[in-house]
Design a protein around this ligand. Sequence first.
Ligand code: HEM
Length: 191
Amino acid sequence: MGDLARLVPTGALDRDTAVMISLQLVAAGAESTVSLLGSAVYLLGRNPHIIDELCGDRDLVSPFIEEVLRLESPFRGHYRHVVADTVLGDVDLPAGSHLYLMWGAANRDPENFDRPEEIDLTPTARRSHMAFGKGLHLCVGAALARLKGRVAINHLLDKAPNGFVVDTTDPDWERSLLVRRLRRLPVRLGT
Ligand code: HEM
C-alpha cells in the first residue's frame, strides 16, 4: 500500500490502476482472513485440549494456524480456464476446458497426510498444504494472513486466561462452493 501511495504522485502508476490493485488486495485479503480466524476459534472449541497445548507452548500457535489453513481452507477452490491442450499428471485437459482446483480437498488427501482429519502439531508432521494455492498465482498475502492468525490467536489466549467457551453445536457455514467461512460463531470468555 505504501508503494502504491508513493508511485501515484510520481506518475509511475496511474491512479485507476492503483485503485484496482487496492480493491483486489482488500477483496482477496479481508474475507479470507476472517474465515481463517473464525475457523481457528471453531477448531479450538471442538478440540479444547489444543487450547491447553497452545497455552503451554505459544510456539505451537504457528503450526496450529497451518493446520487450520489445511483443515478448513478459507478458499475451497479456484477456477481455471485451459487455453491450450495440456496433460497434467496423467489427465488430458483439452483447450477450452474449465477446471475447479479443490485446495480444500487436496489438503485432506489421505495419500499425502497420515491423519488428514486431525489437528497434528507435532514438529515432524507433514504440513505442506495448498490453502494459499501454488505456482504462479501463489497468494501474495500469505505471510500477512499467517501473521494476522498468530496475532489474533495469541491475543485471544492472553485475553481469556480462564479459558473460553465456543458454541460448536450447530456451525453456521456460509453456503458456498468457493469459500469456507462461518457466518457467526458464539464465543464466551471465561468458563
Ligand atoms: C487466510 C487468508 C488467505 C487465504 C487462504 C488466501 C488464499 C489464496 C489462494 C488460494 C490464492 C490463489 C488463487 C488462484 O490460484 O487462483 C490467493 C491469491 C491471492 N491472494 Fe490470497 N489468501 C489469503 C489472504 C490474502 C491477503 C491477506 C492478501 C492481501 C493482502 C491476499 C491477496 C492475494 C492476491 C492479490 C492473490 C492473487 C495472486 C496472483 O494471482 O498472482 N490474500 N490467495
